[in-house]
Write a protein that binds this ligand. Structure first.
Ligand SMILES: C[S@@+](CC[C@H](N)C(=O)[O-])C[C@H]1O[C@@H](n2cnc3c(N)ncnc32)[C@H](O)[C@@H]1O
Length: 281
């Protein structure tokens, strides 16, 4: 956690309150706070450990799908085993990560620089890509990568450190209560977290709230099955896991209700890519 990023962040229950500031720094490395405590003025204090700021209580009410992200082997192998193959399986055609990242870059335009948020970053796939584009283009930017699962954030930390990405800051927070002021962010990305995070309307309302007027939201989400058998399976999955699979029409209605205007959308089998901006009054 870099002090400059800390100054962008707020307590999750007071997103337009005073910035967090460093109260105590027990260890730093090349300007990064590795261990310490950050506090809101007249507010709560939050620990920073292994460079990760933790804004959530230790115990949360979680769905079964969310709980799986706290468990080995998901935490260890999620990206390298499942994530890199999953879109090809779900899209029903070859869909390597490079193809997905090309859509993300085309719609997000990270090379413009700015502040980006990756909601439900897991191992940090989208966050690392944005950091890569910033580095390649020489643009100035910061990526705030959020997740609720500490083991996922720890793995993201290992991978970003291997690549030397100092532009990513990891924060334990919920996508439905982002620790950021209104209209403060240039881009929000969500890679598959939308189906898992629950409270989808609130998740999109938060995106609308934090996006600057020229900000972009890029989301990869999974769709309701096209066949009756597929939908029955998803229904059972929802009951057991809490995963939600809206249709395209349902997804788009959620965006509209949240005050987001869809500018681009591409469907590949069960995978939907959507780009949206603030709806103008
Ligand atoms: C399907 S994975 C997302 C993968 C990642 N975005 C990627 O592209 O590889 C879902 C992640 O979202 C996190 N998550 C679930 N609910 C969340 C919420 N309400 N807020 C933030 N993160 C959440 C989980 O811990 C998990 O790491």
């Amino acid at each position: 956690m870099y002090p400059a990023t800390l100054a962008l962040l707020r307590a999750p229950d007071a997103p337009n309150g005073s910035p967090l500031s460093l109260m105590e720094s027990r260890s730093q490395r090349r300007g990064e706070i590795i261990t310490g405590t950050a506090c809101a003025v007249d507010g709560d204090c939050y620990p920073i450990a292994n460079g990760i700021l933790d804004l959530l209580p230790a115990s949360l009410a979680l769905s079964a799908a969310q709980r799986s992200n706290f468990l080995w082997p998901t935490t260890a192998f999620y990206e390298q085993v499942w994530r890199v193959r999953s879109l090809s399986l779900l899209a029903g055609e070859p869909f390597l990560v490079d193809r997905e990242i090309a859509i993300l870059n085309r719609w997000l335009r990270p090379e413009r620089g700015g502040i980006f948020v990756d909601v439900g970053t897991s191992h940090g796939l989208y966050a690392r890509n944005i950091a890569h584009r910033l580095r390649q283009s020489g643009a100035t930017g910061t990526i705030i990568a959020l997740d609720i699962a500490p083991p996922m954030l720890q793995r993201a930390r290992e991978l970003m450190t291997q690549k030397g990405y100092a532009t990513i800051d990891l924060v334990r927070a919920r996508g439905q209560a982002m620790p950021l002021p209104d209209e403060s962010v240039d881009g929000v990305v969500n890679g598959g977290t939308f189906n898992e995070m629950g409270e989808q309307a609130q998740a999109l309302a938060e995106v609308r709230r934090v996006l600057k007027p020229d900000g972009r939201f890029v989301c990869m989400s999974l769709l309701a099955g096209r066949t009756r058998a597929g939908r029955a399976m998803q229904h059972a999955l929802h009951a057991g896991s809490g995963l939600l699979f809206p249709t395209v029409a349902e997804t788009n209605a959620l965006y509209q209700d949240a005050g987001l205007t869809i500018t681009d959308q591409e469907r590949y089998g069960g995978v939907l890519f959507t780009r949206a901006i603030q709806t103008k009054d």
